[in-house]
Ligand binder design. Structure first.
Ligand code: BGC
Length: 427
C-alpha cells in the first residue's frame, strides 16, 4: 500500500516535472545541486562521467519536479535541512540497479531540501576512493556509500571520521573501518534462501528422487553481500546434494569456485560456456542454474542459449528485477528473480540519514517513528565489519516469477507493462 503511495507520488511529480522545467523559484534549488553533482562527477572517469550525466538528467528532472511540485513539503524540508549536503557514492552505472538506487536516493534527499552530490565510479576502486575524497573536500555532512570493494575504504573513511561525517553503508557492508555508523540493506541471507527454496519447491526435492543436475554462479568476492547470497541458497540445497538428489557435474561448489568478479555478465557467460562444454556436451541434462543475481543470470542464460545442447527448460534464478531479466522471465528463459524494492531502501536511508544529520542515534524505535509501511528489521547481531557489529536496518525481499510480475511490480507502480507484455522500470 505504501509502495503504491510512494510510486504514485513519484509518477505524479515526474509528470509535473516535465511541466515545470525551466520555471524559477523552487527549481533553482535543484539546479544548484545539479551543478554540484556534475562538479563531483567530472572528477570521475570519462566513462562514468558520461553515464552519470545521462543518469543525473533523469534524476534531477524528478527531483526538480518534486521540489517544484510540492512547495510546502520542500519548503519545510529546506528549513530542516539547514543547508546541509549529502554525498552519495554509488559503484557503477553498468549494473542496472545502482542507477535506480542513485536516482531514488537523490530524489529523497533533495525532496527534503538537502543538497546532493551523487557519484558513480565505473566499478573502479581507486576511482571510488577519489570520489569519496572529493565529497569530503566538498564539505558533505553525511555520506551514503555502496562500496565497490568493501575492504578498500578504510583510509578514506578515516578522513570522514576525522571530519565527523557520519557514514551509512548502503546495501553492501563496508568492512574494517569504525567510521561506518549504520548499514541499510535487504536481508541478504534471505535473498539466497529464497532462491534455494524456490529450486527445492520447483523440483519437489523432498519427494522426488532425481538426481537433478545443478550449477552455481555467485557474485563478486569484493562485495560482502555475495557470500551471504551464496550461503543462503547453498544452505538450503546442501542436504539434497549430500543425499544425491542434486548433483553438481562441474564439482564447483565452493564460493571461490563459483564467484564472478564485478558481477560481470560476460564473465559469468564465459565461465558457464566452459562448464557446459566440459560437463554437458555429452547430452547430460542441466536442470538448474542457481545464479545469485540478474547480471550473472543474464550471462548464464546467454551461455545456455548458445552452448547447451539440451531442450529442457532450465530453472534459472536471479535477483534485482533488471529489465532484460524480466523480459527473460516473460519469455521463459529465466524462472525467478528476487526483487528488492530499492525505492523503499532509499526511504529508509533518508530517515536514518536525517536522524544522523540531526545528531541523533537511530535505533529500533526509528522504524515505528518513521511509520514505514514496508517491513524492516533492526538487527544488531548479523553484520560485523571487522571492527564490531554495525547496527543494521534490513528490508524484506520478494520472489518474482512470470506469474506475479503484474501484482508485485506493475500494480505497485515500480514498472509499467508495455503492449507486448514486457515490464519496464518507471524510474
Ligand atoms: C546487490 C545486488 C546486486 C549486486 C550487483 C549487490 O551488492 O545487493 O542487488 O545484484 O550487488 O550489482
Amino acid at each position: 500500500m505504501f509502495k503504491r503511495k510512494f510510486l504514485a507520488a513519484v509518477l505524479g511529480t515526474a509528470m509535473v516535472a516535465s511541466l515545470m522545467t525551466g520555471c524559477g523559484g523552487a527549481a533553482d534549488t535543484s539546479s544548484s545541486s545539479n551543478d554540484e553533482t556534475e562538479a563531483v562527477t567530472e572528477a570521475a572517469t570519462e566513462a562514468a562521467a558520461d553515464d552519470t550525466a545521462a543518469d543525473d538528467t533523469a534524476a534531477d528532472d524528478t527531483a526538480a519536479d518534486d521540489t517544484a511540485a510540492d512547495d510546502t513539503a520542500a519548503d519545510d524540508g529546506a528549513a530542516d535541512a539547514g543547508g546541509k549536503k549529502v554525498g552519495i557514492a554509488m559503484p557503477t552505472k553498468s549494473l542496472e540497479r545502482w542507477n535506480r538506487d542513485g536516482s531514488y536516493l537523490q530524489e529523497q534527499f533533495e525532496g527534503k531540501g538537502y543538497e546532493v552530490s551523487l557519484t558513480y565510479s565505473d566499478n573502479k576502486i581507486d576511482q571510488q576512493v577519489k570520489d569519496i575524497e572529493g565529497l569530503i573536500a566538498d564539505g558533505v555532512d553525511l555520506l551514503v556509500i555502496a562500496a565497490i570493494d568493501g575492504e578498500s575504504l578504510s583510509q578514506v573513511l578515516a578522513e570522514a571520521k576525522e571530519e565527523n561525517i557520519p557514514v551509512i553503508s548502503y546495501d553492501r557492508l563496508i568492512m574494517n573501518t569504525d567510521a561506518v555508523s549504520y548499514y541499510v540493506s535487504f536481508d541478504n541471507y534471505t535473498v539466497g534462501k529464497l532462491q534455494g527454496e524456490f529450486v527445492r519447491d520447483q523440483l519437489d526435492l523432498d519427494n522426488a528422487t532425481g538426481p537433478f543436475n545443478i550449477e552455481f554462479t555467485a557474485g563478486d568476492p569484493a562485495d560482502n553481500n555475495a557470500g551471504f547470497f551464496f550461503n543462503g541458497a547453498f544452505d538450503v540445497l546442501k542436504p539434497y546434494i549430500d543425499k544425491g538428489t542434486l548433483v553438481v557435474p562441474s564439482g564447483q561448489t565452493s564460493f571461490d569456485q563459483v564467484a564472478t568478479k564485478s558481477w560481470d555478465t560476460a564473465t559469468a557467460m564465459s565461465r558457464f560456456q566452459n562448464i557446459l562444454g566440459s560437463n554437458y556436451s555429452d547430452g547430460t541434462q542441466l536442470d538448474v542454474a542457481l545464479c545469485s543475481n540478474d547480471s550473472t543470470a543474464l550471462g548464464v542464460t546467454q551461455a545456455i542459449s548458445t552452448d547447451y545442447a539440451g531442450s529442457n527448460s532450465v530453472i534459472v534464478t536471479g535477483q534485482d528485477g533488471d529489465e532484460a531479466n524480466l523480459a527473460n522471465l516473460v519469455d521463459g528463459k529465466q524462472t525467478m528473480t528476487v526483487y528488492k524494492a530499492v525505492a523503499n531502501e532509499a526511504v529508509a536511508t533518508l530517515d536514518i540519514g536525517i536522524a544522523l544529520l540531526n545528531g541523533e542515534t537511530p535505533d529500533a524505535s526509528l522504524i515505528d517513528k518513521a511509520g514505514w509501511s514496508f517491513e524492516c528489521a533492526y538487527d544488531t547481531s548479523s553484520y560485523d565489519n571487522g571492527t564490531g557489529v554495525i547496527p543494521s536496518y534490513l528490508l524484506v525481499p520478494t520472489v518474482v516469477t512470470k506469474d506475479n510480475i503484474q501484482k508485485e511490480l506493475v500494480d505497485t507502480g515500480y514498472y509499467t507493462m508495455d503492449e507486448n507484455g514486457y515490464p519496464h522500470p518507471t524510474n
